[in-house]
Write a protein that binds this ligand. Structure first.
Ligand SMILES: Cc1cc2nc3c(=O)[nH]c(=O)nc-3n(C[C@H](O)[C@H](O)[C@H](O)COP(=O)(O)OP(=O)(O)OC[C@H]3O[C@@H](n4cnc5c(N)ncnc54)[C@H](O)[C@@H]3O)c2cc1C
Length: 426
C-alpha cells in the first residue's frame, strides 16, 4: 500500500517551474500553487500581468492534489439553513456561485485541453437514517423551487439503480455535480499558466511580506526577495510563513482517503452503476466514487486528527471498515493507496475572499467544497485585483478570529466526540 495521494502518484511532476533565484519585480506575486493560485495565475497572465508564484511544496501538493476529486455544486451546508441565514435571494446568489464554479472547471478543462477525465456524473447525497431522507426531501423541494431544478430524490426502493448497497435510506441527486482527476487538473492549470509566462518557484516558502514606501510589497522567500505590485495569498491551510492572521480564522480538519486496487467493471456496475460522486448525511461524513482507472476511492473524516503518514494509516483502517460496511463484497479488494489532507474549514463553512486593510488579497476557507470554488475564486480574484471588486460573491462577509483558536485546533477532539455522539443519536 502506498502512503501517498493517488492523484499525485498518477500525474507527471510539474515541469514548467524554474529553479532560478527569486528576485526582481512582478506585477503580482501569488503565495501557493493549489487550485486558487494556479487559476488566478492563469487568468492574470491572460490579462497581460507578469506573475510569479511561490509554492512551499510542489504544485498541487496540498489540499488541491490530495482531495476526493469531487467537483460538486451546492453548499457544504443544508440550503434551508443558508436561506434562513441570508434570505432566499442571497442564498440563491451564493448557490449559483458554486454552479458557476463547476461550469468554470469544465470550461478551463476544455479551453486548456486538460486531460483529467472530467465527467458530469452527478452527486448523490445518501440518507444514513430514515429521518435524514425526510430532511433531504424537504431541502430538495426548496432547492428545486428556488434555485436548482436539476435535483431530485431517489427513494430507498429506487436506490439499487444508483448504488449497490442496502445501507442507505434513499438519496438526493444533484445532476450538475462532476468528478475529475484533480492532480491532472491542477497541474494542467499550472502548465497553461506557465505557457503564458507565469514563473513558478516550487520548494519556495514565503517567509515574510512587507509593504514598501513605494506602495509595493517586498515578498521574502528562502530563495530570495521579490518586489510585487500586488500579492494574492492563495495559501489554504498554511503552516509556514507570515500567515498567523489566517491561522486564527481557519480550522484545519484532517480528512482521509483510501483507494482499492482497480476493480472489475462488472463489479463497479453493481456497486456504483452511475459512477456518481457519493457522500452520506452523517456529521462524520463518508464519501466515495470510482476513480478513472476503476478503483474505488473511499474517504471521510474517520478521526478528528491531523494528517501525517501514521495518522493516515490509522484512519485508513477505520475507512476500510466503513467501506466494507457499505460494500461487504469488497472484503477481498486490496487497498493500494492511503493518504490524508487538511480541509480548510471556516466557522460557517463558507469561503472568505477579499482584500485586507494592509492591501493583501486572499481567498481560502472553502470548507471541503474547494475543487470548484477554489478554481472559481482564483479566477474571480484575478478580476478583483483588476478592479472588478463586485464579482467577488464573498466580498461583504466579515471574518473575525475564532475565539480561543491560536492556530493549533486543540478543540478538535472535543468537536469530534460531540459529532460522533450526534451520529449515534440521530
Ligand atoms: C482530504 C481532502 C478531501 C477533499 N475533498 C474535496 C472534494 O472532493 N471536493 C471538493 O470540492 N473539495 C474537497 N476538498 C477541499 C479542496 O481540496 C480545497 O478546498 C482546495 O483544494 C483548496 O485549494 P487552495 O488552492 O486554496 O489550497 P491548497 O491546495 O492547500 O494550496 C495552497 C498552497 O499554498 C502553499 N503554501 C502555504 N503556505 C505557503 C507559504 N508561506 N509560502 C508558499 N506557499 C505556501 C501550500 O504548500 C499549498 O500548496 C478536500 C480537501 C481535503 C484536504
Amino acid at each position: 500500500m502506498k502512503l501517498m495521494s493517488y492523484w499525485l502518484d498518477t500525474v507527471p511532476a510539474f515541469a514548467g517551474g524554474t529553479t532560478a533565484p527569486v528576485g526582481g519585480k512582478a506585477d503580482v506575486v501569488i503565495v501557493g500553487a493549489g487550485l486558487t493560485g494556479t487559476s488566478a495565475a492563469l487568468t492574470l497572465a491572460k490579462k497581460g500581468a507578469s506573475v510569479v508564484v511561490c509554492e512551499a511544496d510542489v504544485v498541487g501538493g496540498e489540499a488541491s492534489g490530495r482531495n476526493g476529486g469531487m467537483c460538486n455544486n451546492g453548499f457544504a451546508q443544508d440550503y434551508r439553513i443558508m436561506a434562513a441565514r441570508f434570505g432566499n435571494e442571497q442564498a440563491n446568489q451564493l448557490y449559483r456561485a458554486f454552479d458557476a464554479g463547476v461550469d468554470m472547471v469544465e470550461r478551463l478543462v476544455r479551453e486548456e485541453d486538460i486531460d483529467c477525465s472530467f465527467a458530469r456524473t452527478g452527486k448523490l447525497k445518501l440518507a444514513a437514517r430514515p429521518e435524514h431522507y425526510d430532511k433531504l426531501a424537504r431541502t430538495q423541494e426548496e432547492l428545486a423551487r428556488q434555485v436548482d431544478p436539476d435535483t431530485r430524490m431517489v427513494s430507498r426502493a429506487e436506490l439499487a439503480g444508483e448504488v449497490g448497497t442496502d445501507r442507505f435510506h434513499g438519496g438526493l441527486i444533484f445532476e450538475k455535480g462532476a468528478g475529475l482527476h484533480v492532480g491532472r487538473f491542477v497541474r494542467g492549470l499550472a502548465d497553461a499558466a506557465a505557457r503564458r509566462g507565469v514563473q513558478f518557484h516550487e520548494a519556495t516558502p514565503v517567509t515574510g511580506i512587507r509593504k514598501t514606501g513605494a506602495g509595493t510589497y517586498e515578498v521574502a522567500t528562502r530563495r530570495g526577495k521579490i518586489e510585487a505590485g500586488q500579492v494574492l495569498l492563495a495559501s489554504g491551510i498554511s503552516s509556514v510563513g507570515p500567515l498567523g492572521w489566517f491561522r486564527r480564522r481557519i480550522i484545519p480538519v484532517g480528512s482521509f482517503l483510501i483507494a482499492t486496487e482497480p476493480l472489475p467493471p462488472e463489479q463497479l456496475d453493481r456497486i456504483m452503476p452511475r459512477r456518481r460522486m457519493a457522500t452520506d448525511t452523517k456529521n462524520i461524513v463518508n464519501y466515495f466514487r470510482v476513480l478513472p482507472d476503476n478503483r474505488l476511492l473511499f474517504g471521510g473524516r474517520a478521526r478528528f486528527a491531523v494528517s501525517d503518514p501514521k495518522s493516515d494509516m490509522k484512519s485508513g483502517a477505520i475507512l476500510r471498515e466503513s467501506m466494507l460496511d457499505v460494500f461487504p463484497e469488497l472484503a477481498g479488494a486490496r487497498i493500494d493507496y492511503c493518504w490524508g489532507g487538511m480541509v480548510d474549514m471556516t466557522r460557517d463553512r463558507l469561503p472568505r475572499a477579499g482584500q485586507r486593510k494592509d492591501g493583501l488579497y486572499y481567498s481560502m476557507g472553502y470548507s471541503g467544497h474547494g475543487t470548484q470554488m477554489a478554481t472559481y475564486m482564483g479566477t474571480v480574484m484575478a478580476e478583483v485585483m483588476d478592479g472588478n471588486v463586485d464579482l467577488n460573491p464573498w466580498r461583504d462577509f466579515d471574518w473575525p478570529a475564532i475565539p480561543g483558536h491560536f492556530g493549533k485546533p486543540w478543540f478538535l477532539p472535543i468537536v469530534g466526540a460531540y459529532y460522533r455522539l450526534q451520529d449515534r443519536l440521530k
